[in-house]
Design a protein around this ligand. Structure first.
Ligand code: SAM
Length: 248
């Protein structure tokens, strides 16, 4: 019987490939890959062969491709869906086929594995009992501040993805939105040879980013607001800063 399997791929260290992923790459009838070259590169590094047909499945075609892939599943095929790195659907393609499979009543499952978001959260040293994933913040300063201000009352640990060439601007905005004293972790090149975690206050990490710009792939993990900070932020949002000052 056919099925759809979304599988996580390594985010740096090829040894993180699960035995299940290896088996699927070798035996799935069709592999839908975000970037087909990346898939063949992974197979080469794993010293295995891609057994089935390979199709490109990315942000720009995932809606239109999903139905034809699911037709093949209905005809008995196993379709493996992989992104460039980490878990499909997490800021990566995959959600469209999951949704269509659910709508059409077609079996869909997951071979879980590496994800930069959870790797960073685990290593941050910040509370993991309640967290939220915020993906990439908007590129434009004004929109980024709007998004970050909306998180001023967020008490859960927050996870952000960021690119190295925007990190300095984003750190300045994090400091403006959450204050210099909030704790955070900057996690870089996870699972790779130059993995590095900087754990400190937002102000100190901002300074370290200026002194020693981090290269490579980055995840930022930021502590949630304390109860006092959240109450204060909620108050200033409702009343406005001037009205609050009059009350004080
Ligand atoms: N689906 C992927 C996952 O589950 O990890 C995330 C895909 S998203 C398009 C790519 C972003 O994830 C990068 O810009 C970076 O912020 C983060 N990332 C991916 N691999 C990483 C690594 N090895 N170290 C740190 N961050 C990483």
């Amino acid at each position: 019987n056919g099925k759809v399997v979304l599988a996580a791929t390594p985010i740096g260290n090829v040894a993180d490939a699960s035995a299940r992923l290896v088996n699927l790459i070798e035996h799935a009838d069709i592999v839908a890959a975000e970037d087909t070259r990346r898939l063949f590169d992974l197979a080469r590094r794993l010293e295995i062969h891609v057994g089935g047909r390979v199709v490109a499945y990315h942000d720009h075609n995932e809606r239109e491709k999903s139905d034809s892939l699911l037709d093949e599943v209905e005809a008995g095929a196993t379709v493996l869906v992989v992104s460039d790195a980490g878990m499909p659907t997490i800021n990566d393609p995959g959600l469209a086929i999951v949704r269509r499979a659910i709508e059409r009543g077609i079996p869909v499952t997951c071979a879980p594995g590496p994800s930069a978001a959870l790797d960073a959260l685990t290593l941050s040293g910040l509370p993991t009992d309640r967290f939220c994933y915020e993906g990439f913040v908007p590129r434009k300063h004004s929109e980024r501040m709007k998004r970050l201000r909306a998180l001023a009352t967020e008490m859960r640990t927050m996870i952000f993805f960021e690119a190295p060439h925007r990190i300095e601007d984003t750190m300045a905005d994090l400091e403006e939105a959450f204050g210099a004293d909030r704790h955070m972790a900057l996690c870089r090149e996870l699972t790779k040879d130059f993995e590095e975690i900087r754990r400190d206050t937002i102000g100190a990490i901002r300074q370290s980013v200026i002194n020693d710009p981090p290269r490579g792939e980055i995840v930022l993990v930021v502590s949630g607001a304390s109860e006092d900070e959240a109450v204060e932020a909620a108050g200033s949002a409702v009343l406005g800063v001037e009205e609050l000052a009059q009350l004080a």
